[in-house]
Design a protein around this ligand. Sequence first.
Ligand SMILES: [Zn+2]
Length: 207
Amino acid sequence: MKLKVISVSDHQVGPVSTTCPHCGNKGTFETIGKDLHVGGHFFCGQRVCPDPECRGHLFVVVKDRDLVFQHPPLRIAYNKQNIPVNIVKTFEEAVTCHSTGCFVAAAIMIRRTLEEICEERRATGKDLKDRIKSLKSKIVLPQELFEAMDELRILGNDAAHIEAKSYDQITKVEIDIAMEFTVELLKALYQYTSLLARMRGLKKTTP
Ligand SMILES: [Zn+2]
């Protein structure tokens, strides 16, 4: 995601427009104190979330008009409701790796998330490939998600071994898509049913 800086002066970088890593809302982050000119075109400083209920702090490094670094980093947002604790714990590590640019580690943790899903659904088999096959007889999912699971498994395998067999490289592009697919998978497995129950709960009872 391209992060936008509102304005830059010679001595002070202005507010920064970005998504808050604390509350997940987009906003224009005000400057706290003075930015420090650290050489060349680089400034660093602190910003605060404009949401009065958040006011989360952000450390930023800005080069010209580009925000080149922020801490805490942006994390992909997903709903954790009804997802088993072990699966959330593993996937959270994938999210952390992804947010800090550790893409090979993220691919390995996504693969481990699949392992956790298979275990939770009691899918058996000699390896993950077999367990995903066995999962097909236990759960109903769109065919595309089953195929995505297989791709995520292969990506994770390549990440774990020095000699990659299927994917030439594991970079942000591959992991952005893999994260998106994993979130869709978690939604389909753990959240559609409760969403439907909530919808039905709003229906008038038939006489
Ligand atoms: Zn915030």
